[in-house]
Structure formats: structure tokens, C-alpha cells
Design a protein around this ligand. Structure first.
Ligand SMILES: Nc1ncnc2c1ncn2[C@@H]1O[C@H](COP(=O)(O)OP(=O)(O)O)[C@@H](O)[C@H]1O
Ligand SMILES: [Mg+2]
Length: 239
């Protein structure tokens, strides 16, 4: 079993502002792992730190056994890691096709075309919209475009920041199902989510962050039925 991500004692933040206070977390090949936690606890910062866009202080980040802490984003992309930010994840004034092309500008055209086609196989809703500007898409379609674009470089490890935030329940369900389908195709998935119940329902394991640290980790099935966690993090209502 390959350990795709192995993080220990990770500290970092934004310039001199420390946000992550020593995170230990791992993701094995083929796993779907969800990080949950209250607003402002450092979920987005954690993903940005892994992807080389927040300030690394110390600790270890290993990708498939290789120490990559503090590496530049382009080197991480070359290793097969992709990141879908929560906001500003498409270029609104560009067409769907142009957005997808931006995902693989260094690829030779035939390969780029086949990668785009393969991404669209996962997100068929985008095919009829190829020439429309991304600004004209619904929130759910925009999220699909952002994920499709991340797929163009053929990643095997996908980092997603709240992919279902602000979407209708129908789109939330669809997006999580498609992400699960990507996992079934061999892509390892790490999600940070507010919409915790839905994402956990597809996850193998979960982590709970508080104040820039892991305060709990367990199989997702256990987290989903833990009464205390339900009260504090998942809300009492069933989705
Ligand atoms: N660019 C930034 N510069 C300084 N502090 C930031 C920046 N972005 C986020 N923060 C702070 O980092 C903390 C964690 O934020 P974030 O990682 O976005 O939390 P979450 O994703 O769990 O809601 C918050 O206190 C937030 O205000
Ligand atoms: Mg966030």
C-alpha cells in the first residue's frame, strides 16, 4: 500500500501568521479522506500548505515517500498532485473550452484534446456548454469545470477545498458522486468540507481540525454516528 500523503508535525501559515500548529495526517492510495472542522480552523490553509501556496514553517510532508515540504506548486503538479480551490477556481470570462485548455497549456494538442475529452466523460453536462463563458454556468457546473480542469494534467492525487459549498442539494450530491467515481478510477482524494455529512458518507476516514490541529481521527463510518461529533460538527438534522 502506497502512502500517498504522510504529514507529521506540520506548521505553517501566511507569512509570519501561524495557522497550522502541528498537523499529523495521512492518506493511502485509493482512499477518500475528509477533513472537517469549524470555520477558520485552518482547513483551507492546510490544503494550501500541502500544495505550496501557504508559508511552510516546519514538519514533514511526504508524497509517496518523497519529502516535498516547502516544494513549489509546479513541482507538486509534476508529481501528479492537483488542487481545486474553493473560490475563484475558474476564469469567468473565458469559455469552458478555454478554461479546460488552461489546465494543460504545456501539453501537445492531441494529448490536450484527449485529456479534455476524458475529463468531459466524467462531466457530460459541460459538453453542450463548451463555447459558453464560464460566468454563464450554474454554481454546480462551475464546480464541475474546476474539477475537470484539475484533471487535465492526469493527477493521481486530488485536493479539493469545499467542492459542494453553496450548491443546491442536488448538485452537492452529484459532485460528491462524481468525486467518488474519480476515486473508483484510481485517484486518491482529500477533501476539506463544511458539508461534512455528505462527504463523510463517501469517505474511508475523517479528520477533525480545531485551531490548526487534528483533534480527532476515525473511520468515517464512526464519525458519522458519534453523538458528540454530530452535535458539534455535523448538525443534528439529517441531510
Ligand atoms: N491570506 C491570509 N492571510 C492571513 N490570514 C489568513 C489568510 N487566509 C486565511 N487566514 C486566517 O487563517 C485562519 C484559518 O483560515 P482557513 O484556513 O481559511 O480556515 P477554514 O478553511 O477552516 O475555514 C483564519 O483565522 C483566517 O482568518
Ligand atoms: Mg476554508
Amino acid at each position: 500500500m502506497t502512502r500517498v500523503l504522510d504529514v507529521s508535525g506540520l506548521e505553517g501559515g501566511y507569512d509570519k501568521v501561524q495557522i497550522m500548529n502541528g498537523v499529523d495526517l495521512y492518506v493511502d492510495e485509493g482512499e477518500f479522506v475528509t477533513v472537517i472542522g469549524p470555520n477558520g480552523c485552518g482547513k483551507s490553509t492546510f490544503i494550501k500548505l500541502i500544495f505550496g501556496i501557504a508559508t511552510y514553517y516546519k514538519g514533514s510532508v511526504k508524497h509517496k515517500g518523497q519529502e516535498v515540504s516547502g516544494w513549489r506548486t509546479d513541482s507538486l503538479v509534476n508529481r501528479g498532485i492537483a488542487y481545486v480551490p474553493q473560490v475563484d477556481n475558474v476564469f469567468p470570462s473565458l469559455s469552458v473550452r478555454e478554461n479546460l485548455e488552461m489546465g494543460g497549456i504545456s501539453l501537445p494538442t492531441p494529448l490536450l484534446e484527449s485529456r479534455i475529452d476524458r475529463a468531459l466523460d466524467m462531466f457530460e453536462d459541460l459538453r453542450p456548454r463548451m463555447n459558453d463563458v464560464a460566468a454563464s454556468l450554474s454554481g454546480g457546473q462551475r464546480q464541475m469545470l474546476a474539477i475537470s480542469r484539475a484533471l487535465i494534467n492526469d493527477p493521481d492525487f486530488l485536493l479539493l477545498d469545499e467542492p459542494t459549498a453553496a450548491l443546491s442539494p442536488l448538485y452537492q450530491q452529484q459532485i460528491i458522486e462524481r468525486i467518488d467515481a474519480l476515486r473508483a478510477k484510481g485517484i486518491t482524494v482529500l477533501i476539506v468540507e463544511q458539508n461534512a455529512r455528505l462527504s463523510l458518507s463517501r469517505s474511508d476516514r475523517g479528520y477533525i481540525f480545531s485551531n490548526g490541529k487534528v483533534v480527532h481521527t476515525a473511520p468515517a463510518s464512526e464519525i458519522l454516528v458519534d453523538p458528540q461529533i454530530n452535535e458539534y460538527f455535523l448538525g443534528t438534522k439529517k441531510d
